[in-house]
Design a binder for this molecule. Structure first.
Ligand code: ATP
Length: 443
């Protein structure tokens, strides 16, 4: 175990060179501005655990925004600032992102004077964090570069593999930490310290979680479901009686482990095949977690958690539609009939990839195969003729165009049409027969 407080050499061994150079340059700018700059948070924790994490969070003892402005000017970064919180985000030309915070400021109102701003020390800033393992900081200024600051036993708890709060009121002060504790514990394979788990259970019993704003709770749930395997954290939430705050009817039943495992499998399959297609696996896990909720409960959950409108369509409307699709597909499985490709296309087309993956996780082998076939090939099928071609054939634009194009697509999907000539022949035979526009041609 790393005992040294000087991490310079360790950083040289573990971090990519360009990142090291950037960290050194942050320290130099801090030095020039007369401010101490520290690397904090998850990256320090994970560095000591020898896990790759290059999300740079800086804390500046002083004016973090002035510091970020100086870096942005020198390096040509994009800069977003939040004056109210004394924070900034730097985005370098190559996409590298750095979060900058001012060691939390203290405001003192002097009698008959303007409020004065005092910058807090790094120690005070770190004291406000959630768990001891997140309170480690590394100095970046020249002269002290690589020095590890450990005020609250963070190194000891990394060694003990323990998630511990800093003080007894931590969960009362911010009950979202209850979910964060579960996430870190399960992700890192740690355990909560006994007193910490006791404090957590007592905060839950006393109903503090009900006071958490829905959107903050949803954000923490999202972070849990973004873990590569959220199942251990889901189980732990059930064990700590935390699921009921997401919805009172939410339970881990006998089928849930299988469903979540299947969800992992289909998500993994999709990610291997369709690296560049937009898909949010955490939403598929959310659909699996809430699979047993009825429609009203789902809507209630979305309201309570103030789910953003962009997710509502998937979680409510599409979910309702998908249930009907699933029932239809299950009927076909029972009858032993395979759906025509064009029918499959019509049923699945309105659903986002997240919902399709959820259907795959829910369904049996046949359904998985059909939906998989839709995702891997049917979804990409197009007919070659378009509206301009139909106009050039002398057909009048209008609802007829939709009908023709749908017919052509169905012909393609069902393997009856293979080329542009096949499509033209079909249009001529079915839709131009009773028309006599001489000379109508398509190039
Ligand atoms: P990850 O690897 O998941 O990004 P992280 O430690 O960087 O882990 P974030 O959620 O990005 O976690 O938070 C950054 C830092 O901010 C944490 O290390 C923690 O110290 C602090 N923090 C975040 N949320 C809270 C909170 N609710 N209470 C106290 N400190 C918090």
């Amino acid at each position: 175990w790393l005992k040294k407080k000087q991490l310079g050499r360790f950083m040289r061994e573990r971090l990519p060179r360009d990142l090291q150079q950037r960290l050194r340059s942050f320290g130099r700018v801090g030095e020039e501005l007369g401010a101490q700059v520290y690397l904090v948070g998850g990256m320090v924790r994970d560095l000591l655990l020898r896990q790759d994490n290059f999300d740079v969070d800086l804390v500046v003892e002083g004016d973090g925004i002035a510091f970020a402005r100086e870096i942005a000017a020198r390096e040509g970064c994009r800069l977003r600032t939040h004056q109210k919180f004394g924070t900034a985000v730097l985005i370098f030309a190559d996409g590298f992102k750095v979060d900058v915070a001012s060691a939390r400021m203290e405001y003192y109102q002097q009698p008959a004077a303007l409020p004065t701003v005092e910058y807090a020390s790094i120690k005070l800033d770190l004291f406000r964090r959630d768990f001891t393992i997140n309170t480690l900081a590394i100095a970046l200024n020249e002269g002290s570069f690589g020095e590890l600051l450990d005020f609250f036993g963070g190194q000891r708890d990394l060694k003990d593999r323990a998630v511990r709060v800093l003080h007894n009121l931590s969960f009362v002060e911010d009950p979202t930490r209850v979910y964060r504790a579960v996430r870190f514990e399960q992700r890192l394979g740690f355990r909560m310290g006994r007193p910490t788990e006791h404090l957590l259970r007592s905060a839950v019993r006393q109903g503090f979680i009900e006071r958490v704003g829905g959107n903050r709770l949803f954000r923490e749930l999202e972070l849990i479901l973004r873990e590569p395997d959220p199942w251990p954290a889901i189980q732990r939430m059930a064990d700590l009686d935390l699921l009921k705050y997401i919805h009172p009817n939410l339970k881990v039943d006998a089928r849930m482990p299988g469903l979540v495992a299947e969800t992992r499998r289909v998500v993994h399959w999709y990610q291997l095949l369709y690296l560049h297609q937009p898909c949010e696996p955490w939403l598929v896990f959310l659909l699996s977690l809430t699979a047993r909720l009825d429609d009203d409960s789902m809507l209630g959950m979305c309201r309570r958690l103030k789910v953003a409108p962009r997710f509502l369509d998937l979680l409510c409307e599409q979910r309702r539609a998908a249930k009907k699709v699933l029932a239809g597909l299950r009927r076909r499985v029972r009858r032993g009939t395979e759906p025509k490709a064009s029918d499959l296309y019509r049923m699945l087309r309105p659903l986002d990839s997240e919902m399709l993956l959820f259907l795959m996780a829910l369904g049996d082998d046949s359904i998985r195969q059909w939906v998989g076939h839709y995702l891997s090939s049917l979804q990409q099928v197009r007919c070659e003729l378009n509206g301009h071609d139909l106009e050039r054939l002398g057909l009048p634009p209008g609802p007829l165009f939709r009908e023709i194009l749908d017919t052509l697509l169905a012909g393609r999907l069902n393997g009856r049409l293979h080329s542009r000539d096949d499509e033209l022949a079909l249009v001529r035979k079915r839709f131009l027969r009773c028309r006599s526009e001489p000379g109508a041609t398509v190039d």
